[in-house]
Design a protein around this ligand. Structure first.
Ligand code: SF4
Length: 463
């Protein structure tokens, strides 16, 4: 049995023969209803000899369009069953109602991010009051929480589908006994070894990371910095921040500063304002980036006031972190619109996670949904071998299959770079499906997204 790409290859080969046939017909059929020129364009000629271009009507084109439709048939069938949070909002509203009632919250409180933070669920019994959990699961949360802290915002909890035992939102937020597996390391990237100041990680020549807080709207169960989360919420002291700023000032090659955490948007507005004003006083800092998962886990944090602060210090970029289409809700959309309306380009850094998004259709749906809320998929990170996260690890083959399935079948804007982080701080390394099959002095041979081979001349420039 031929694979789909082989079948497409042979279909395309026969198409090219038909196209040649069309060219030969040209001279014989002049003055008939339709003709094709030497470039493959089809024209209709009326009685006066006037030509009108005909698009997509030639037999060759009709077959090609049928093939293109066939390429997306499988996704068209399945895409309705993969729901975004916007599409499943009626269900989310029911869950929100239940949680609000349990907490005795008003709508105004629900929409206030500091209320959300204060009311994060941190106790397994309370959790069991709003989502279905059996005794075993409650005990597992207790055991795991003693080792790795957990906290979930009421908002993020409202996205959990109580009827789905494999709910991807639940998997990312509720501790499971699988976290007690000892495989992996706490710091496989050796962030400690790449730390030039206590809160600075530097791995590249012209940019660095400043970690400003250990606070997050929700402590993701796969987090690469779980070792830093500790027992209590702590923002960096001004003294540590001043030291980090002084390091940036002393090193003129640093043109790009990434502010992260924890979650960078967990700093209070006044501190973000101060930090940005200090960085903007350093003439060699060209761009400032934020890493935040709040649009997905705590969208209430993205207030008009925060956006107006960020706007004063352009160019500012924000990279956020959506892993599941279910995280794309009306609230997330509003948060992203607030940032985008302030002129901030938004990118998404997805982590490839077993049981959450290691599926080509889910990633396609997620990335297309992100574009509709003005977020450009930027990276897919291969999961790191963090201790206690083995149940999230996925294979390189799964990641490659996702990349293959995106190319050609959806907008280039929806195709991020697939990246593996080299161990011990060796840095981001792209993983690419191979499209270049041969490159010699005479020619280069490629395959396209459908597996069709083609070649181009590969002349050495004489200039
Ligand atoms: S928001 Fe980011 S830093 Fe915080 S727990 Fe999740 S992955 Fe880790």
């Amino acid at each position: 049995m031929l694979s789909k790409s082989c079948r497409v290859f042979f279909a395309a080969f026969s198409l090219s023969k038909k196209r040649k046939g069309n060219k030969i017909m040209k001279t014989k059929q002049l003055n008939n209803a339709e003709n094709t020129d030497n470039f493959g364009n089809t024209y209709r000629i009326d009685g006066t000899g006037a030509q009108t271009a005909v698009y997509g009507n030639s037999p060759a084109n009709k077959s090609r369009f049928a093939i293109l439709k066939e390429e997306i048939d499988d996704y068209m069938e399945i895409r309705e069953s993969i729901k975004t949070g916007i599409e499943d909002y009626d269900r989310i509203k029911q869950q929100k109602k239940k949680i609000k009632k349990y907490l005795g919250a008003t709508e105004a409180e629900w929409n206030d991010y500091s209320w959300q933070l204060k009311n994060r669920f941190t106790n397994p019994e309370e959790l069991a009051s709003v989502i279905s959990m059996n005794k075993l699961e409650i005990n597992a949360v207790k055991t795991v929480a003693a080792k790795y802290r957990f906290a979930v915002s009421p908002y993020y909890l409202s996205l959990i589908n109580p009827d789905d035992p494999d709910c991807p939102v639940r998997r990312q937020s509720i501790p499971s006994s699988a976290e007690m597996d000892e495989s992996g390391e706490l710091d496989p990237m050796d962030e400690k070894g790449s730390a030039i100041e206590e809160i600075i990680t530097r791995r590249y020549p012209d940019r660095l990371i400043i970690k400003v807080t250990n606070i997050c709207g929700m402590f993701c169960r796969f987090c690469q910095r779980r070792r830093l989360i500790g027992e209590f919420d702590t923002n960096c002291t001004e003294e540590k921040l001043r030291k980090a700023i002084a390091y940036v000032r002393r090193n003129p090659e640093i043109r790009d500063v990434l502010i992260t955490g924890g979650d960078a948007f967990m700093l209070p507005d006044s501190q973000i304002d101060w930090l940005l004003s200090e960085l903007r006083r350093i003439s060699h800092v060209e761009i400032i980036r934020f890493g935040t998962r709040t649009p997905a886990t705590l969208p209430q944090r993205v207030t008009k006031n925060l956006a107006s602060i960020l706007k004063k210090y352009h160019p500012i970029y924000v990279n956020t972190h959506f892993n599941s289409p279910m995280e794309v809700t009306p609230e997330a959309k509003a948060a992203c619109a607030t940032l985008a309306d302030a002129g901030i380009p938004l990118g998404n850094q997805m982590v490839l996670l077993n049981g959450v998004n290691n599926d080509p259709y889910i990633v396609r749906k997620l990335n297309q949904a992100l574009l509709t809320i003005r977020v450009r998929p930027y990276y897919i990170f291969h999961p790191k071998t963090i201790k206690g996260t083995k149940h999230f690890w996925a294979s390189i083959e799964e990641g490659m299959e996702i990349m293959e399935s995106l190319r050609g079948r959806t907008s280039g804007l929806a195709i991020p770079a697939y990246i593996i982080n080299g161990p011990k701080g060796l840095g981001k390394t792209p993983i690419l499906p191979n499209y270049l099959l041969y490159a010699g002095r005479d020619k280069a041979v490629f395959r396209n997204w459908q597996g069709i081979k083609f070649e181009v001349p590969n002349e050495i420039s004489t200039k």
